[in-house]
Design a protein around this ligand. Structure first.
Ligand SMILES: Nc1ncnc2c1ncn2[C@@H]1O[C@H](COP(=O)(O)OP(=O)(O)OP(=O)(O)O)[C@@H](O)[C@H]1O
Ligand SMILES: [Mg+2]
Length: 415
């Protein structure tokens, strides 16, 4: 399944990156082309204006035979050409050296009706090669009623060549873009997969742990049930059965709670209450169950907090329960609660066995239990629930521990 997701991600990322790269390249090509064509058209308009000006003077001193100048059109640089017709007779021309091309141009220009000041694209073959021209025309009606037609042409083959060069580069760029897109896609997919893989592995681990935890009390219950057939009146046996059922009930309750946090289906029922009173309530409750523990709440005035009262009680209870459970003898637990203008801080300190530094990163993992704690009853879910509660309240939970004991520090926003 993971491989399938990775493949789909690579394809999607590659296509998206390729589309971005290609559209960027296309946009730059179209802008380049548009600017060049505009530059050519502006050039041709200026050239036509100059020719019209010269043509007006020229017709006054007009000779009988047309004047023809030959212009090199080697297709390497842009050349301009012109044809002037006086009452439909060629009077003056600057034509390409290629005689075949010059002749074909003359025929085209004199045969067709052309609109004034409109840009035309002409494609004509000369002796050997094809030429492309941009053409514009201007009519001049002289006072004596005669017509002077001035044609201006620009051979834009060099530009076409440069477009072709651009297209050649485009092929390489597109190929390189696709390779780059694939590599980037692969990299991004691998990065995304890292997180998906970790949470998938965590989920798998969680399901296998949960199954294991549920199977153990069930098989114990089964063996008790079998024993009951022989010792129906055994009270200790009945108590054991009750304990196992309660244990399983706790487990299912906690699992259900965690599942709700995971699915974001748990909602905060926030209201204003006094954090100190809530802590006192939790301390009193747990003290009744563990009379051999001394739990001290350091003096403090009221601290009003806007939070889910039930959840905060559960959070305090989880921390106090751990502090008592993991402090073997002379249990002295101190709860300090303080606040500043934005946050409340709860510190639960014990003088217990402490947590090994290499274990600190695991204590909030689901079902994780320290080796030293195995002799105590527990599911390994308390701290993961505590951290979900703190997360839901946008707070922070940290732990500092040494061989002399542990401090669990919680910061919660007051509002
Ligand atoms: N105050 C503490 N001192 C020493 N170790 C602790 C303390 N609190 C937690 N731990 C360690 O972290 C582990 C995880 O704690 P957590 O509360 O999540 O589970 P648990 O206490 O084992 O079971 P339960 O789900 O019943 O609370 C414990 O098993 C223990 O090894
Ligand atoms: Mg616990």
């Amino acid at each position: 399944m993971i491989d399938k997701i990775k493949r789909t991600l690579i394809i999607k990322y590659t296509l998206i990156i390729a589309a971005i790269l290609l559209s960027g390249f296309m946009a730059s090509y179209l802008t380049y082309r548009h600017n060049l064509v505009r530059f050519l058209e502006e050039n041709l308009t200026d050239y036509l204006a100059d020719e019209v000006w010269e043509a007006k003077d020229y017709v006054i001193t007009q000779k009988s035979a047309p004047t023809i100048h030959l212009i090199n059109n080697n297709n390497k640089i842009i050349h301009n050409f012109t044809y002037w017709f006086f009452d439909k007779h060629l009077t003056y021309a600057e034509v390409p050296e290629d005689q075949v091309l010059a002749g074909r141009l003359l025929t085209r220009l004199s045969e067709e009706p052309w609109d004034e000041l409109k840009t035309y694209h002409l494609k004509l073959r000369g002796e050997k090669k094809k030429s492309h021209f941009l053409m514009m025309k201007k009519d001049l009606h002289l006072r004596d009623g005669r017509l002077l037609e001035v044609f201006a042409l620009s051979n834009y083959k060099p530009i076409i060549k440069s477009f072709r060069r651009y297209a050649h580069i485009a092929v390489y760029v597109i190929a390189a873009s696709l390779i780059l897109a694939y590599l980037l896609g692969n990299l991004l997919a691998s990065r995304s997969m890292k997180y998906i893989k970790t949470s998938y592995e965590k989920q798998k681990q969680f399901v296998s742990n949960a199954t294991h935890e549920l199977r153990t009390p069930l098989s114990i219950l089964l063996s008790y049930a079998e024993l009951l057939e022989y010792k129906a009146q055994d009270h200790e046996l009945q108590q054991n059965i009750k304990d196992e059922i309660l244990h399983m009930n706790d487990l299912i309750e906690n699992l259900l709670c965690l599942a709700r946090y995971d699915n974001n289906t748990i909602s905060l029922h926030a209201k204003k209450f006094d954090l100190i009173s809530e802590a006192r309530k939790a301390i009193n409750h747990i003290s009744e169950l563990s009379p051999n523990a001394t739990i001290k709440l350091e003096d403090s005035s009221n601290i009003n907090i806007y939070a889910d009262q039930g959840m905060i009680y559960q959070l305090l209870y989880i921390l106090l329960d751990n502090a008592i459970k993991y402090t073997p003898k002379k249990k002295k637990i101190i709860v300090k609660i303080s606040s500043d203008s934005h946050n409340a801080q709860i510190v639960v300190s014990d003088n217990g066995s402490g947590i090994a530094s290499q274990d600190l990163k695991h204590i909030f993992d689901r079902f994780w239990r320290g080796d030293k704690s195995r002799h105590q009853k527990g599911l390994g879910l308390g701290l993961s629930l505590a951290s979900e509660i703190v997360k839901l309240h946008k707070g922070k939970i940290t732990v500092e521990s040494s061989s002399k004991g542990s401090d669990f520090i919680i910061t919660l926003p007051l509002e």
